[in-house]
Design a protein around this ligand. Sequence first.
Ligand code: ACO
Length: 427
Amino acid sequence: MSEQTLTITDNRTGQTVELPIEHDTIPAIGLRQLKVQADDFGMMVYDPGYTNTASCKSRVTFVDGDRGILRYRGYPIEQLAEKSTFLEVAHLLLFGELPEASKLTDWNARVMAQTEIDQGLKALLKTFRADAHPMGILVSTVGAMSALYPDSKQVHDGQSRLQQAVRLLGQLPTAVAFAYRNQLGLPSTDPDGALGYSDNFLHMMGLSGDGEVDPVLARAMDVLFILHADHEQNCSTSALRNIASSDADPFCAIAGAIGALYGPLHGGANEAVLRMLAEIGSTKNIPAFLDKVKNREVRLMGFGHRVYKNYDPRAQIVKKIAYEVFEVTDTNPLIDIAVELEGTALEDDYFVSRRLYPNVDFYSGIIYQAMGFPVEIFPVLFALGRAPGWLAQWMELMSDAEQRIARPRQIYLGEAERPYLSMDERG
Ligand code: ACO
């Protein structure tokens, strides 16, 4: 018997199956042989929330949640955040390698040449009400790109895939800034392809007034985008892979991913953290708030992670950036509440025993607010950063011969067959 196998005995029948082990996993389909009756469907795995199911083999991002490690294509997040630009990281995620100088120049130019958005898209963005949530607008924006670019349906053509990726990376910040300024009743600012990616975004948002964007803020935005750029098979990326597995075009798939990101348990957490800190209002209210968390009345937003059972390495970097940003902007008084809240929670057995630490969203909103972004737009900033990761994961999926349409099974617990009831027999 090979050592690289798992032998399972079904104690209902005494039947034994031997399954191959590859990368510490067994093929779930192998369990199907285990049956009590010959016409049974066979054994399945029950895994709500996919806590222990690998849905793909990936070469993009590595996370070791126990040791607090995050790497894109092998490079530690700390080094990328310190030394790279966001577009450089986007290149790394999409193509697998950091670009040489001339390639990076070409790549930057290629993306920045795509920053204009279509007049039809502008007309659509003008239809949203002033109180529309920016994530709803973003879902619609990316969905509309599917209609604007019918060639995006050529999902098995590598050149077409790259074309859509560049369009999305180039146009997304422009559409976000256009929608934001339209909601405020302000004229839009045209993209400036000569600027850096984040510099141009802040310039279009108009957050620096009439002057040039402060380089500290442009760099902070770039690093925040880098930190959000990918996180392997999280909720939104899994949603994207599910949608794209039917050969849907990337804009529809990414619109779906944005929908998944919107929820407060995922990318909407940065918005929820800010609201939570504002509600706490003062450090003296922290103990009472943590009591409510421990009584399960509320969650401590920005804490906890499915994978990280140690400090999220991104949160450490974000916390550091906050103080750099406050050198340029006014300080955000919520940082004092956040720091004390974190310190108190990390000494409390409730959080220690459950291994709950700050995640990437705990401190990011405090920075965004200091930079002048309204709270509602925080999840959109997450989406802008995540775009290259979604695209890289989509490209990987489309060239993975082992992938098939995503179609989980269920355990059916409903009614057995029963005769139809006519209207006068019901009730
Ligand atoms: N506050 C209080 N208790 C928490 C929190 C929290 N933020 N997170 C987890 N717990 C508790 C749970 O109540 C549970 O306790 P129990 O075992 O006594 O019932 C235990 O810790 C395990 O939590 P689960 O909910 O089973 O963990 P799961 O992996 O399913 O959820 C999640 C992870 C959704 C991130 C969760 O920690 C959470 O809701 N956090 C707050 C929202 C948040 O910050 N989301 C952003 C995540 S990062 C990102 O998406 C970019």
